[in-house]
Ligand binder design. Sequence first.
Ligand code: PGA
Length: 238
Amino acid sequence: MIIASNFKTNYTREKTKSFVCAVQAAIQEMKSMQEVRIFVPATALDSFHEVASLHVGAQNFYPVDNGSFTGEIGFEQLEEFGITTVLIGHSERRHILGETQEFLARKYDFAQAKNVEIVYCVGEPKEIREKGIDAVMSYIWEQFDGIDISYSRLVVAYEPVWAIGTGLTASIGDIEEVLERLAEKLSAPLLYGGSVKVDNLESILHVKHCEGVLVGTASWNEEAFCKMIAVADAVKKG
Ligand code: PGA
């Protein structure tokens, strides 16, 4: 399974380094079977002498190798650190930073051409959820406009906007229903994200079609994040 942490705008380079090293040591000690991802701030990008199943990823990039885009980071800057996994479509980039579907598709195409793993996030806001599952699914499928779902290194994270950073987790039934519908059309691994914690992780990982989680707030404590990896190791999926 994929157990991913999204640091968002938290932690310095120094703190990131100690976090990644601690997680690496824990993974090796546990002989963990999980694929671990840590999406760090741009200032803390590094390869950190990664172990095979842990990869540091980029939360963002501008879809160019390099150029004149003041304040942005191109792929050349990611490649310097051997970054092989990126987040695209996170709700904070869609809704707070104003990235449009057309721009996200450009980022996606660019990352796909670079053959890196793409963790592509989708999810509905509260007012859509209140309209029921059909409205939720048509909103989510629109978030696939311009996205090549046949890409072999695609991972899809279902993250309801109203559950991100709010402490509100989608019910197991809601997660199951959305992942089931996504799995009808997608062959990519499916993750869930939105207020995942040590306490609710096990039941989420037991959801059919759920192949991991993308965690924000609860992953920022390294002990809790290592515990999540251990919980995933204990879950046997049939
Ligand atoms: P959260 O964030 O775990 O704090 O809800 C999840 C995410 O933004 O990916």
